[in-house]
Design a protein around this ligand. Structure first.
Ligand code: FAD
Length: 321
């Protein structure tokens, strides 16, 4: 069985979720007794590409093309599908990131392949079936999907599978598939990032706040706490609806779904729609002045107290270390 993993670059660098996807793909290849090839699109330097060998990719297809340096859904999907055909890949793995969510179904259509997006575990193949587990109903249940197509696509949830080093020597091959003009009708020329803060979908630590903060003027302490921890900031829906915070920070059923290692919820009640996007966090810490707040039921650690007293004390303690 041959496995292909798409390694998504941002500004020529790979994020941790890429190493997770490579480690996951390597584990599938090892279990099935096959090889692992990675495909990178855009301008990534050789050292960065070679580092993928550390996680088990023995061959790296490098599509280096200035026109493709920024993400273009159609063109990237066509190239990955082409590479999968060339490599006779039985399984294609990618990260269930923002761009992965757009790519996976397009690749699936091109390869007439079955797809599981948001996978959280390695496929179970012992019964002779190819079964992939994912979260369902906003994290309230699991779904196990059988993929019966000859090519199978799996989009792995970030933070669901640990990075594993296997130390393989990677060879890099230039890959220059023909790119159709129709795949380049919308070209992203430049991406300017507004801040250098931690990106929420990939963050391992998240400090989130809700309506309990009373107003946007009180977010200084939330940002300070997040900066001290190296965390991303998030918020509940009413907070972004009221324009206290940008919509890109809204987590939950109608916002972003995240699964960081640590989620600190400050002045958030823990409504079911909020929990839908954060309940797969590994550790949840809740700070709320109401001991009956529903969030405490799912918290690993809880502080019953006023955010305006607790958060400054946390900041003080972190600064003292
Ligand atoms: P509140 O419910 O007002 O809670 C504020 C909390 O702060 C309270 O628990 C209070 O005890 C505490 N508090 C107050 N003062 C302090 C203080 N000084 N110190 C400490 N704690 C304090 N919500 C989302 O977040 N994400 C979603 O994706 C989402 N999708 C939705 C989809 C639908 C279809 C619907 C109907 C609703 C959705 N909601 C969503 C809204 C959701 O139902 C809740 O209304 C919302 O999550 C509540 O936000 P909150 O906890 O910030 O505010």
């Amino acid at each position: 069985m041959s496995v292909l993993v798409y390694v998504e670059q941002v500004d020529g660098k790979f994020k941790k979720s890429v190493f997770e996807a490579v480690s996951y793909a390597k584990a599938i290849a090892d279990k099935q007794g096959g090889g692992l090839t990675a495909i990178s699109i855009g301008n990534v330097d050789e050292n960065e590409l070679k580092a993928l060998g550390k996680y088990g990719a023995s061959k790296i297809l490098n599509v280096s093309n200035d026109q493709l340096k920024n993400f273009i859904n159609q063109a990237y999907a066509s190239i990955i599908a082409e590479a999968a055909k060339n490599e006779n890949a039985d399984v294609v793995v990618l990260s269930n990131s923002f761009s992965g969510k757009g790519l996976a179904p397009r690749i699936a259509v091109k390869l007439k392949a079955g797809l599981v997006d948001g996978a959280i575990e390695l496929p179970q193949t012992d019964s002779g079936k190819f079964l992939v587990k994912k979260n369902a109903f906003s994290g309230k249940a699991f779904a196990v999907t059988e993929l019966t197509s000859s090519v199978k696509i799996i989009a792995l949830n970030p933070n669901a599978f640990g990075v594993k080093e296997s130390g393989v020597d990677a060879t890099i091959e230039a890959f220059s598939p023909e790119i159709k003009a129709t795949d380049l009708t919308a070209i992203v020329k430049e991406i300017v990032r507004a801040t250098n803060k931690v990106s929420l979908p990939d963050a391992e630590l998240v400090v989130s706040a809700g309506r309990g903060l009373k107003g946007p003027e009180n977010w200084g302490m939330i940002e300070e706490l997040a900066d001290l921890l190296g965390a991303a900031t998030a918020c509940s829906k009413p907070v972004s609806d009221a324009d206290w915070r940008p919509h890109s920070e809204h987590v939950g059923q109608t916002g972003i779904a995240i699964s960081p290692n640590l989620y600190i919820a400050i002045g958030i009640s823990g409504a079911i729609q909020h929990l839908a996007g954060v309940s797969s966090s590994k550790v949840i810490v809740v700070i709320n002045k109401d001991p009956e707040a529903p969030f405490f039921k799912v918290a690993d650690y809880g502080i019953v107290g006023d955010a305006f007293e607790v958060v400054p004390k946390l900041i003080e303690a972190l600064k003292a270390h």
